[in-house]
Write a protein of this length. Structure first.
Length: 143
């Protein structure tokens, strides 16, 4: 796993994204797979930046750490970790995507989108750290 840790602020998004996508490109992942990874990364990372540290310290927001690599099944793993309050986004109810905009509750679409784009999502809380992992399997070309 290749890791990068930076403050959980909007200015950290570009280098965190570049860290993941550069490693994915170095593993010769397809453009389609890199696009799915980037979309899931953005949804997950923006949630950490916006909500993990509601009370920043004098030195700024707490850290966010992103990591990636291949598992023994050849899946690309994306992991995002923070030290904010425990929060498992996978426990949130799925949004009603068929409801009109006026009827739909605010929130929940980002994690829904991540669940649709990744092949698997998992969450764990350990050592006062939230860890959300997305797995992406190579897709066979459609003939």
């Amino acid at each position: 796993m290749a890791w990068l840790e930076l403050p959980a602020g909007h200015e950290s998004f570009p280098p965190l994204r570049d860290h993941i996508l550069t490693r994915g490109a170095g593993l010769a992942l397809t453009g389609e797979m890199l696009a799915r990874i980037e979309l899931v990364l953005e949804e997950m990372l923006v949630n950490v930046i916006e909500y993990a540290y509601p009370q920043p310290t004098r030195t700024g927001p707490g850290p966010v750490r992103v990591g990636c690599g291949l598992d023994d099944q050849g899946r690309f793993l994306l992991v995002i970790e923070d030290h904010g309050p425990a929060f498992n986004p996978l426990e949130r109810p799925s949004p009603d995507v068929l409801a009109s905009m006026d009827e739909r509750q605010v929130g929940g679409l980002g994690i829904f989108l991540a669940q649709e784009m990744a092949d698997a999502l998992s969450y764990q809380r350990a050592d006062d750290r939230n860890s959300l992992m997305a797995a992406f399997s190579p897709r066979l070309p459609v003939s």
